[in-house]
Write a protein that binds this ligand. Structure first.
Ligand code: ADP
Ligand code: MG
Length: 395
């Protein structure tokens, strides 16, 4: 419609419809292309006009706004529905989102508020369309879990920096899931302000599809999408293996890489993540209690019949001076070390305290380079770069 955003207004009060028309009258980017006064009429009108945006009231005769939203967003995913309601509760907002609404505005609103909401929703729709195109190409997803049988070895440090490194170097879609359900601190490490956590997602999981699930992830400024751990340890009791399986299946196809920061335990949720992973990065440090735990963990993975090439040993805070030597370590655990990450408290702890990943702020350090090395190996970047070089040679 000559470059303007087309809007359909749906409200059983004719007065409200006229008021909204007036609010939008002087906005040059928006054009009201029609109005309906109940849900059924709205569906018919949207089929005919295919608007960019629908402003939808909730309580209406014949068919309510949430049901109409569900049908419109299924029949016409290109149309973005904005729910207008006097109720501002969070629970209500979720129902609207699950029904397929993209935004929510509380009556009464100013013309400024309304226009901002329309523009934001329109932009979001456009972004979805481009993501949708990527999805059509069938993204093949790789899941990597960062695991250890002991806490404090550097799992969260590695998981969060690795996710950021991957997003930066590959420019692909990366998700980071905090599966340390009781004491997860990925959100703190990345200084994220949290809207939803995995607990909220689990509560709404019954009606979830792979499109809505993305709304529960927070985007870090590096581009990584993060699913934070529950806000309180006791919420972890409500999350079981089936939930994790469903969440991962919803994310598969949406992201190229999924990094999981696992809890230091062999509970059912972690086991599900390990089962579904392409590779497991087992993180150890060189102190005896950790090494002993590592051995027990690896034996258990053996008995679970995980192929050896699925498991990569990562030695963190690696320095040979104290006690155990690398060779002795490999002999004890019966696996070769796949990657070493040096100890660098200054860089690692400062970055954690500031909530800034050191792979961004201190990318020249050895510890950051080690993470980039791991990222390149997992994303097979070297092989890809070689292929590119070969191609250029032939051209
Ligand atoms: N390579 C490293 N050099 C120095 N300190 C590190 C390194 N990796 C992790 N740490 C520190 O070790 C502590 C535990 O790290 P964390 O990532 O929270 O471990 P986990 O998630 O396994 O419990 C943190 O204080 C972190 O800053
Ligand atoms: Mg941790």
């Amino acid at each position: 419609m000559d470059g303007k955003i087309s809007v359909v207004i749906v409200d059983d009060s004719r007065e409200t419809v006229e008021n909204i028309r007036t609010l939008l009258r002087f906005e040059s980017t928006v054009e009201v292309s029609g109005a309906a006064f109940d849900g059924k009429e709205a569906i018919r009108l949207c089929e005919k006009l295919k608007p960019d945006i629908v402003l939808m009231d909730v309580n209406m005769p014949e068919m309510d706004g949430l049901t109409a939203t569900q049908i419109i967003s299924m029949q016409q995913p290109e149309t973005g529905v904005i729910i207008m309601s006097v109720q501002g509760e969070k629970e209500y907002l979720k129902k609207a989102m699950v029904a397929g609404a993209r935004e929510y505005i509380v009556k009464p609103f100013s013309s400024e508020e309304l226009i901002q909401t329309i523009l934001r929703t329109y932009e979001l729709q456009n972004r979805r369309k481009s993501i949708g195109k990527v999805q059509d190409q069938h993204i093949s997803t790789k899941i990597f879990t960062i695991f250890s049988t002991k806490g404090g070895v550097g799992k969260t440090t590695i998981a969060s920096n690795l996710a950021v490194a991957m997003a930066r170097t590959t420019k692909k879609r990366v998700a980071l899931i905090d599966l340390d359900l009781q004491f997860g601190d990925v959100a703190v490490m990345l200084n994220l302000s949290i809207k939803n956590t995995i607990y909220d997602l689990v509560k709404d999981l019954k009606d979830m599809d792979s499109d809505i699930v993305e709304d529960y992830l927070v985007t870090h400024f590096s581009g990584v999408s993060v699913l934070p751990a529950p806000a309180k340890p006791e919420y972890s009791e409500f999350i079981d293996a089936r939930h994790i399986e469903k969440i991962l299946n919803l994310l598969i196809g949406n992201y190229h890489y999924i990094i999981i920061d696992a809890a230091a335990s062999f509970n059912e949720t972690v086991l599900t993540a390990l089962d579904m992973s392409e590779k497991i990065l087992c993180v150890s440090t060189l102190d005896l209690p950790t090494i002993k735990n590592m051995k027990v963990g690896l034996d258990l993975m053996d008995s679970l019949k995980y192929p050896r090439e699925k498991i990569h040993i990562v030695l963190n805070k690696a320095s040979e001076q104290i006690g155990v030597k690398f060779k002795e370590f490999e002999q004890t655990i019966g696996h070769p070390v796949w990657a070493y990450i040096p100890e660098d408290s200054q860089t690692v702890i400062t970055s954690a305290n500031k909530g800034l990943p050191f792979v961004m702020t201190r990318s020249e350090t050895k510890v950051a380079r080690a993470i980039y090395g791991i990222s390149d190996a997992l994303c097979e970047r070297r092989a890809e770069q070689q292929k590119e070089k070969q191609k250029r040679k032939w051209i």
